[in-house]
Structures are given as structure tokens and as C-alpha cells.
Design a binder for this molecule. Sequence first.
Ligand SMILES: Cc1cc2nc3c(=O)[nH]c(=O)nc-3n(C[C@H](O)[C@H](O)[C@H](O)COP(=O)(O)OP(=O)(O)OC[C@H]3O[C@@H](n4cnc5c(N)ncnc54)[C@H](O)[C@@H]3O)c2cc1C
Length: 326
Amino acid sequence: MRVIETWIPATLGSTRAPTPGIREFVIRPDQFDVTAYPVGSHINVSVTIDGLPETRSYSLVGEASSRGFKIAVRRAEDSRGGSRYMWQLAPGARLDITRPASLVAVDWERENYCLIAGGIGITPILGAAQALARRGANVTLHYAVRSRADAAYLEDLASLLGDRLLVHASDEGKRLDLDALFASLPKGTLTLFCGPMRMLDAARHAWIGAGHPLADLRYETFGSSGTLPTEAFRVRLKDSDVELEIPRERSMLDVLNASGFEVISDCKRGECGLCAIDVVALDGEIDHRDVFFSDHQKSSNAKMCACVSRARGTITVDTLLRADAV
Ligand SMILES: Cc1cc2nc3c(=O)[nH]c(=O)nc-3n(C[C@H](O)[C@H](O)[C@H](O)COP(=O)(O)OP(=O)(O)OC[C@H]3O[C@@H](n4cnc5c(N)ncnc54)[C@H](O)[C@@H]3O)c2cc1C
């Protein structure tokens, strides 16, 4: 089951490579009006993977521009192919996209703001930095990267923020110490985070450990590659003889729906919890890749988000006793 989205036709205007592993695309809808969009907005792009239509989401880089929507795509190796599809596009290519939508709410009245980006997570953070700098807010950006050569938009950020930009490049031995950072932030600081799932887990622990309210840590993740390797696993349906294989390149949600066992869903990013399914037996291990369940709920393995989470071995689920978002 899918959410109804309005798709609009667009043309790829230009591409460039801000770093060797990241490609930038400027996409102009046929009917384009330069309307400001909220900080943290993304668009969905219709991509083709193995000849079939799929959707991938991309954050808009920076504030609205008359040239079109700017996105930047990291080439994901070991993937189903959405980013590879994007990378082979040449200017002039026709695309279907959705209008910008934001999943992150920002209050503009705080005294202090802390922005944290991990790698390609800089894409939604750049627009936040521009908006806050324009308002004269007290903002600091911590940008964690493997090396400066991997850090997209470094020059733009340096000229925008000056010494309020702190680059933590692991090849320079400068890893971001989230515990120390959060302990040093004044109470009431609003932190916006975008980075990989493991970094987000560390940020949440450090944030709570420093005594800040969880509501003041706002975040976006781009989906998780999990803690176990992505491999095929088996799903048995409770009280039936049905056993399905979930191949590497498909989600449990897709396989269940394609096999006639309908599971409702919405975000398909492990955020809304609508596709949470009851796990009644486990012969193996579950790799929870959602941001919906708490650590405690994940460790109990009683439910899992069928859209993103995976497993090793065989799990038995009860599709009829699906949770109503806990
Ligand atoms: C709101 C939002 C904003 C985003 N913004 C950006 C952005 O600005 N730039 C950007 O580059 N990306 C962004 N993304 C991520 C983007 O949508 C794609 O997920 C990304 O391009 C990878 O797509 P893919 O098909 O190449 O990889 P995928 O196949 O989706 O693989 C991604 C990772 O998942 C693992 N994986 C492989 N197979 C599976 C499987 N069957 N099930 C689950 N995981 C699997 C892989 O190990 C890989 O590490 C954003 C995502 C969201 C939700």
C-alpha cells in the first residue's frame, strides 16, 4: 500500500561533482515558481531500478533558487541501485518528482542552535545554516567527515559561518566527541542533526546523557544500512504453512504485500511505525533499521518495521496482530 503523492514532470538542468563521491543535480519542474520551502525539505524522485519504477528521496540543498531544486546524491555502493540511476542521468533528462516536503520542524526563537552533519547528511543542514545565519542566530555547525576531500560544500559553509564551522575529519584524528559537545551546550539549545543511523544513536544517547530534552534534538536520517549485512532471510506466517524468502534487494513489506498478505504502510523509511508487525518467534537475529521504536522495544524483538528492518535466519510473524503504531 502506498501514500498518494502528486508527481510533477521536470527536467535535469545541470550536474556537477562537489566531491568525487557526491554528484549534484539541479532539477527544474516544467511549471516552476520559486517559492521558499521549509528548512529540511526533500523531494522524491522516480528512479528506475532493474526496469521497475522506485522512489528515492533527496534533501534540497540550500534555500530556494530560481535555477530549480538542487539535490546532491552520494553514490551508494552495495545498493539496490537508486543512486546509480541518478548518477547516470545527463542534463536534459526528463524526471518525475514530488513537491518539497519537510519532516523537521525548527523553532526560530531559540538563543542557541547547534547543527550536526555526518557526511552526505550535510544536504538538509546547509539550508538550515543559511536560514539561521540570515536571521543572525547564534549557530555552530559540526561537520563530521572521513576527510576534507569528502566534505561537500565546505567553501560555501566556511564563507557563511567562518569559525562557527567546525570540521571533524577522521583522517586528521579529529573525531566528533558528541558527549563533550552536548555537555557544553547551554540548556535550551536546539540541535538539528542529519547523519548515519549509528551516529544518530550515539547522538541520542549523548543528548539524553547531557540532560537535554529529547524534543530539542531534531533529526533526519536517510535510511539505515543496519548493523548486520544485508542478506536474504525467511519469514514464516503464524498459523499457516506459508514461508517466504526476503531476498537481499527487497523489503519484507514489499514481499508480504506482493504475496497477498497486506501490510499497511506510510513513510517506508522506518519513521512512522505504521507497518510495525508482530514477531512471534525468532530463529536468528533482527536488524532493526527504523527510528520509530525505542532501544528497549528493539531489544525485546516483539515487533519490527517491515519497511526497513531485516533479519538473519527465520522469523515468524503475525500479520493479523499488527500493532497500531504501538
Ligand atoms: C528524507 C530523505 C532525504 C534523503 N536525502 C538524501 C540526500 O540528500 N543525498 C543522498 O545521497 N541520499 C539521500 N537520501 C537517501 C536516498 O533516498 C537513497 O536511499 C540513497 O540514494 C540510496 O539509494 P540506493 O537505491 O542507491 O541504495 P539502497 O538500496 O537504498 O541502499 C542503501 C543502503 O541500504 C542497504 N541495503 C541494500 N539492500 C537493502 C535492502 N533490500 N533493504 C534495506 N537496505 C538495503 C545497503 O547496504 C546500502 O548501504 C535521503 C533519504 C531520505 C529518506
